[in-house]
Write a protein that binds this ligand. Structure first.
Ligand code: FE2
Length: 131
């Protein structure tokens, strides 16, 4: 069972971004299936993968959106995501079980950010311009 499933309502209208969002959802679904069995090492590996992949993805989005008048707001949402993952990693280092917090944060962030912020920002961008 998938916890979060792609449908066209998630599309921001730019294929390169959509395909990365689909991949993020796949990572998230794979992770949520394992979460109850995941130990400290798996959670460490996941936070690392998330930071790496989201860093790359956010850089690409911000490059596409660099001339958008509210780009700073968009960047601040990306930064909040990174900060939250970093603070969960700190909890993990301190011996806390972060599985539940991590799962609910990721699902709600992905839904909120893609459906609201990304869609709003990309709707003002011409696909030709984003190449
Ligand atoms: Fe974004």
């Amino acid at each position: 069972m998938d916890f979060i499933k792609w449908d066209d309502s998630y599309s921001v209208g730019v294929e390169k971004i959509d395909s990365q969002h689909r991949l993020l959802m796949k990572l998230l679904n794979d992770f949520l299936k394992e979460i109850n069995q995941a130990g400290k090492e798996e959670m460490e590996a996941l936070t690392k993968a998330l930071l790496n992949y989201s860093g790359h993805h956010f850089d690409m989005e911000e490059e596409f959106l660099k001339r958008h008048p509210n780009i700073d707001f968009h960047k601040s949402e990306h930064q909040k995501f990174v900060n939250r993952i970093l603070s969960l990693r700190e909890d993990l280092d301190n011996g806390k079980n972060i599985s539940g917090d991590m799962a609910s944060f990721l699902v709600s962030w992905l839904n909120d950010h893609i459906l609201k912020t990304d869609k709003a920002f990309f709707s003002g961008i011409d696909e030709a311009e984003t190449g």
